[in-house]
Design a protein around this ligand. Structure first.
Ligand code: SF4
Length: 466
């Protein structure tokens, strides 16, 4: 998908006018924000932990190749097979190749943004392999034929009434109660048979630990454990940046991840996969494969965007973002939405495909405040806006306005002249004492702003009014 100015505005407008979507988004993001704040407030040393975490992530990225090679050595030593994928197509070919070699026709999957990023389900289906999502939210959107709208809660945009109607339709029933325990029981019953029949389980990985060659998954539903232990083959697809050098680093990572994501001290299940099952193990996969996915990440190392690779996909920046909370995830046209998606999508998939996303922010700074790694998302959004202009991807109107603003701010005389003209020119745009920018002038829709004051500070000063 893409997100041009028009596409983003059109999709956001549909979302804003959808009362049910707004209700679902407001309830869920509000709940996550409250839970996060309460969980972090219980840690008196949380700010020091965040500083330490950021330093650890930066130091890891500075020596990423070394940590990845250590991971490969350790994982291979315990019997896992490590694959390197430069791009999405290569990763898909590796995974489908493993499935075909084993004669697999059904795979179960736990939630994985990396596999969303590379469109693995499409590749599997094209190879005649049926992928079944087993995270409840992912299963819901798979049934609905939709993309995830939140990185940790993919079906955040759906109310329980919509899910009940979807399940009833899929099960061929006339009606199901909009009751969450009843709906999860339906999902459990449907998915249990798939877990047992699947020839391969595919997961992502919240992180990989270099010192033992382990992949760590955090889930709240237990489906991750079924996917990684019931089928005879397990494949984990994980971005190359998700590496923790040691278990001490992993412990710090995990202690911030769940608190920032859902407000839990720990997720219900933390699963560690270190190679296939050993002699005497009652269960576990016979083969474990880890696909280390680059897909544009390595080109960010050493660039002004390297910091984005510190992200641990907690979703806190989405929940707090005023644009995401109104527009919803689908407006971004990418698996990654919200502030992290607004930066990551253009960097991984091309600025020319996502020119609207650097503008899908009010630059209020709330995302940076809540980010466990204190990633400076607003700075990178501004860098991307500058790149849009530098690469000739900004609209002619925007380029004209940017150049005009730069010219104006270089001279106090020009500034005084332009602001005087602005006070006069803003009159047709004033509504109820607010400057109202029409949607045609603003990529994220109609916007109200403070208007220029009747007198400038210089005039007030000259006239002795301050
Ligand atoms: S940018 Fe920060 S807050 Fe947003 S998902 Fe990544 S780690 Fe979480």
């Amino acid at each position: 998908m893409t997100a041009t100015m028009r596409e983003f505005r059109d999709r956001a407008t549909i979302a804003i006018e959808d009362v049910r979507l707004q209700t679902a988004l407001e309830a869920a993001t509000g709940r996550f924000c409250t839970a996060r704040a309460a969980a972090l407030a219980k840690l008196p040393w949380v700010e020091a932990m965040r500083d330490q975490f950021k330093a650890m992530r930066a130091a890891t990225l500075a020596n990423l190749a070394q940590h990845l090679e250590q991971f490969e050595r350790q994982a291979t030593a315990v019997g896992a097979q490590v694959h390197w994928a430069r791009g999405g197509a290569e990763a898909c070919a590796i995974v489908t190749g493993i499935a075909q070699r084993r004669g697999v026709t059904l795979v179960t999957k736990s939630k994985s943004m990396a596999t969303e990023e590379i469109h693995l389900n499409t590749a599997l289906a094209q190879a005649g392999i049926q992928p079944v999502e087993t995270d409840l939210g992912e299963w819901i959107i798979q049934l609905a034929g939709e993309a995830p709208s939140h990185i940790i809660a993919p079906a955040i945009h759906k109310t329980k009434e919509q899910v009940a109607a979807l399940f009833a339709q899929e099960l061929g029933q006339t009606e199901l109660p909009a009751d969450i325990p009843a709906l999860t029981a339906v999902a459990r019953q449907m998915l249990r048979a798939k877990f047992l029949a699947a020839g391969m389980g595919i997961s992502g990985g919240n992180l990989a630990v270099a010192e033992t060659g382990s992949v760590v998954l955090v889930t709240n539903e237990g489906n991750g454990r079924m996917v990684t232990s019931a089928p005879p083959v397990h494949v984990a697809v994980i971005g190359i940046e998700k590496i923790a050098p040691t278990w001490d680093d992993a412990a710090l990572w995990l202690s911030l991840l769940a608190r920032s994501a859902t407000g839990q001290p720990m997720s219900i299940y933390t699963t560690v996969v270190t190679g296939p099952k050993r002699a005497g193990d009652p269960d576990g996969p016979e083969e474990v494969h880890v696909v280390l996915l680059d897909n544009g990440r390595s080109q960010l190392i050493g660039s002004k965007y390297e910091e984005i690779l510190q992200c641990i996909r907690c979703g806190a920046c989405l929940n707090i973002c005023p644009v995401y909370r109104e527009a919803g995830g689908h407006a971004y046209g990418s698996p990654y939405s919200g502030p992290i998606g607004a930066v990551l999508s253009p960097l991984l998939f091309g600025l020319e495909k996502y020119p609207a996303l650097p503008h899908a922010s009010s630059l209020c700074g709330a995302c940076k405040e809540v980010c466990p790694a204190r990633i400076d998302l607003p700075r990178m959004l501004l860098e991307l806006r500058a790149d849009l202009v530098a690469q000739g991807l900004a609209s002619p109107v925007e380029q004209f306005l940017e150049q005009g603003a730069a010219l104006t701010m270089r001279s106090s005389r020009v500034w005084q002249f332009v602001t005087a003209m602005g006070r006069w020119g803003q009159r047709p745009l004033l509504q109820n004492g607010r400057l109202t920018l029409p949607a045609s002038l603003n990529p994220v829709g109609e916007r109200q702003l403070p208007h220029l004051a009747a007198k400038s500070f210089r005039e007030l000063w000259r006239q002795g009014e301050v």
